[in-house]
Design a protein around this ligand. Sequence first.
Ligand code: SAM
Ligand code: DTB
Ligand code: SF4
Length: 315
Amino acid sequence: MQAISNNWTKQQIREIYKLPLIDLIFKAASLHREFHEYSKIKISKLISFKTGACSQDCAYCAQSSRYTTHVIPHRSLSVEEVLNEAIEAKQEGVERVCLSASWRDIPDGKEFENVLEMISQIKKEGLSVCCTMGMMNEDQAAKLADAGITAYNHNLDTSDEHYPKIITTRSYKERLATIDCLINAGVQHCTGGIIGLGETDEDRISMIHQLATMRKHPYTVPLNVLVPVKGTPLENNPILSSWEMMRMIATVRMVMPKSMICLAAGRKQMTEEAQALCFLAGANSIFVGTKLLTTPNPEIDSDMELLKILGLQAH
Ligand code: SAM
Ligand code: DTB
Ligand code: SF4
């Protein structure tokens, strides 16, 4: 079994990324089978308890207050409302939920107390809980560790170089500092990015390099294909070819063999055959339910049918 390496060079990653796609997928699929129970796909459901009215200017995001999009800001959901959504997910066969908030950073006080209460109540239902709520400090990371979350999603989104073209209201360094807080507190981090932001192949290689040289590889690497949202600066970006997503997934699988890979946003724009190749290349987690945070996602029944056709099991 190949050892896990945290000192990949950009050139090594570039050589993998540039392999002929058919060879890259074959190699990644082989490695995937060494490190994972390849027939198992983790399914999770997103629960957006605080939607829209976000102070940040992320150029892809429907929830930024700077753009007029289909998202109508909503008051935060109560602990009870979130718990009910989690119970509904459980009835659909989902064992993990991910709580999302359109925050730049986690606020202290009542709002954070509420989140801790949500986590505790959902766990009592026998579900596992992840969160994605923006940046945090050491103290908040320790509290999330105590609450027993499975992982915290905090994306780098793109390369350090491309980042200022996409987000100006926070820095790459600040994002990395949150990931450090998580690692220090012993919380598994779920960290990846988006393709289709107008980045180059070099930007993608640079982002993968950043992830693969962290002192701890992410527990999960979520990979999103941009879902262009009307009203955002990226509304007219072309829908990315699925071949590019496969190349991305396969490269991540090769350099971070132990991490899970989540085929996150963009599945609605992909064919089922393309998704199948993404699973072959090493993706082993998806979000289910007809809505991600604010954009459409396939029906759970058609996802289950696809997994059945492929001989894969949801867990
Ligand atoms: N506000 C928190 C933050 O920014 O970390 C958490 C929620 S945020 C919406 C989670 C991730 O969703 C982003 O980092 C981005 O990678 C992804 N995302 C948001 N809008 C997207 C879009 N239109 N297409 C693809 N991915 C998107
Ligand atoms: C991640 O990387 N992708 C998920 C999850 N982490 C929170 C969110 C995708 C959101 C897609 C855009 C939307 O629905 O608003
Ligand atoms: Fe806010 Fe997160 Fe959307 Fe950026 S990605 S605008 S921080 S909700």
